[in-house]
Write a protein that binds this ligand. Structure first.
Ligand code: PEP
Ligand code: MG
Length: 309
């Protein structure tokens, strides 16, 4: 039966030898859930609730938006990311000053330095929605750079009764300290879009630098490997929710690096499910070894062909 459902392009993600790899969705609202057979949500980008308006959404408004997603997925994991404003997502009501380098400025969790009440209200609303649903509510902060920031976020979230608290790895310093971050939080979620931007000092919206932002860059894969290794040691989940997770062949590399779940836009799920279903964990580890050892993205991709794929 498992084989039938897989050949029909459905069912949970797993390697050819049966290691589960949950394939989760990146969403901006309940509308993005589609037909509803998702294994869960790996990235709920809550900023869409905040963007393009003159004031913050109220507590009640937020509870309604989070509840709409949580109630659609009883028993499933839903990872809610707290507000990721600033940089390419400006938010007028936060009253942030103009910055010369917004990508290196007050963005993500850093906005809570000036406006802590915005984060506190959001955490209150997430906790309220979590209490009223049967979903497994996970919460994480974007743009965390230090262990102290992770610890501070965890304290605030746990004080509200949230039990699965994590941080995103989007800054190289966070990857370097993955082990120490996991001493403070329950899981890591690697945002490869920003991690690539900051690791290669290349604006993610700069078309001419696309080669540096290629998720097959061995330097980026090395940072992901550090996170995977730390997760294995700590026995805590490490996922990827950036664009890298949506590339079927790269998904096998990520799993081989120790990544336990992959989150992507719904249309990418079938291709990734199919690729994982064709490779054993042993093969994924071999893909990871070859990609890490490659000199550049082209060589990393070519090495997969050499490995018989
Ligand atoms: C990322 O940076 O990879 C990520 C998933 O977050 P966003 O694309 O929303 O910045
Ligand atoms: Mg990001």
């Amino acid at each position: 039966a498992a084989r039938e459902s897989r050949s029909a392009g459905r069912g949970p993600g797993r390697t050819a030898d049966g290691h589960p790899v949950p394939l989760l969705l990146n969403i901006g609202s309940a509308r993005d859930l589609g037909t509803g057979d998702a294994e869960g949500v790996g990235l709920f980008r809550t900023e869409f609730l905040f963007l393009g308006r003159g004031d913050a959404p109220s507590f009640d408004e937020q509870v309604a938006a989070y509840t709409a997603v949580l109630q659609a997925l009883p028993g499933r994991r839903v990872v809610i990311r707290t507000l990721d404003a600033g940089s390419d997502k400006p938010l007028p009501f936060l009253g942030l000053p103009e910055e010369a380098n917004p990508a290196l400025g007050v963005r993500g969790l850093r906005t809570a330095r000036n406006r802590p009440e915005v984060l506190d209200t959001q955490l209150d609303a997430i906790a309220e929605a979590a209490r009223a649903s049967d979903a497994e509510t996970w919460v994480m902060a974007p743009m965390v750079s230090t262990v102290a920031e992770a610890a501070g976020f965890a304290r605030r979230a746990r004080a509200r009764g949230l039990r699965h608290v994590g941080v995103m790895v989007e800054v190289p310093a966070a990857a370097l300290h993955a082990r120490r971050l996991l001493a403070e939080v329950d899981f890591l979620s690697i945002g490869t879009n920003d991690l690539g931007q900051y690791a290669f000092a290349a604006d993610r919206q700069h078309g001419e630098l696309a080669d540096l932002l290629d998720p097959w860059q061995p330097g980026l894969l090395g940072l992901i490997a550090m996170c995977g290794e730390a997760g294995r040691e700590a026995g805590k989940p490490v996922g990827v929710c950036g664009e890298a997770a949506a590339d079927p062949l790269l998904a096998t590399v990520l799993v081989g690096l120790g990544v336990g779940s992959l989150s992507m836009a719904a249309p990418s799920v079938p291709g990734v499910r199919e690729a994982l279903g064709r490779h054993s964990m042993q093969e994924c580890r071999e893909h990871a070894r070859l990609a890490l050892a490659a000199g550049d993205p082209a060589e990393a991709r070519a090495a997969m062909t050499g490995a018989g794929h």
